[in-house]
Design a binder for this molecule. Structure first.
Ligand code: TMP
Length: 218
């Protein structure tokens, strides 16, 4: 039987996603973006993937914990989408349908970048699951924070003990970065690439400009 895609016809809120590899400054800039959206007069829910509900956060724990027996790439892919299905059903779709905006720290583009670019799973396989789990839902705007891999890893390395993804080699993150930049080229209407190597003040000026332009289209 064909899967039923999520019901999105009544969607009114805007769906904004924040993407980038390790150490690009997503957490810092997430709060800045939240404030910009609130100041424009919209209610916004800030959430993240994998995670965003109690069950999806448990799945996140499984995905991020380092394990000696490893995890197959397909298991990783399916767990990402299992967490996403839960997050969509419980948080994202109800919020959008109620007219709230949703700011999500990573979404399916991270799957194309990490499981696709990083692990080598084909885009076609990912697209099949995307269609199954999301139906026609795609972000309205995606901000990609872009930074050379060495700099990102250096910044991320100053934080706590590395998780299963952070333990990957630089070559993995080079593939992730290239996959993100390719996605930005494929979807120019919704993607805005921000140079995250600039001083924070300039990064946030760029973000502010992108958001102001986006608000102007509403
Ligand atoms: P975070 O550190 O930004 O919270 O993300 C957790 C990790 O999960 C990060 O290393 C990227 C990875 N990830 C994927 O591999 N695929 C996905 O679809 C998502 C949402 C995250």
């Amino acid at each position: 039987m064909a899967p039923s895609p999520p019901h999105i016809t009544a969607r009114r809120g805007k769906f904004i996603t924040l993407e980038g590899a390790e150490g690009v400054g997503k957490t810092t800039n997430r709060e800045f973006i939240r404030r910009c959206i609130e100041m424009s007069g919209h209610t916004v829910i800030v959430t993240r993937e994998p995670g965003g509900t109690p069950l999806a956060e448990q799945i996140r724990g499984l995905l991020l914990e380092r394990r000696e027996d490893g995890m197959s790439s397909d298991t990783e892919l399916l767990l990402m989408f299992a967490a996403r299905a839960e997050h969509l059903a419980r948080v994202i779709l109800p919020a959008l349908e109620a007219g709230a905006w949703v700011l999500c720290d990573r979404f399916t583009d991270a799957t194309y970048a990490y499981q696709g670019g990083g692990r080598g799973i084909s885009s076609e396989r990912i697209a099949t699951l995307e269609e199954w789990v999301q139906g026609a839902l795609r972000p309205d705007l995606t901000l990609l924070l872009d930074l050379p891999v060495a700099e990102g890893l250096q910044r991320a390395g100053q934080r706590s003990a590395p998780d299963r993804f952070e333990s990957e080699q630089a070559a993995f993150f080079e593939r992730v970065r290239l996959a993100y930049l390719a996605l930005a080229q494929q979807h120019p209407a919704r993607y805005r690439v921000i140079d995250a190597a600039q001083p924070l003040e300039d990064v946030q000026k760029n973000i502010q400009t992108v958001l102001t332009d986006f608000f102007a289209t509403l």
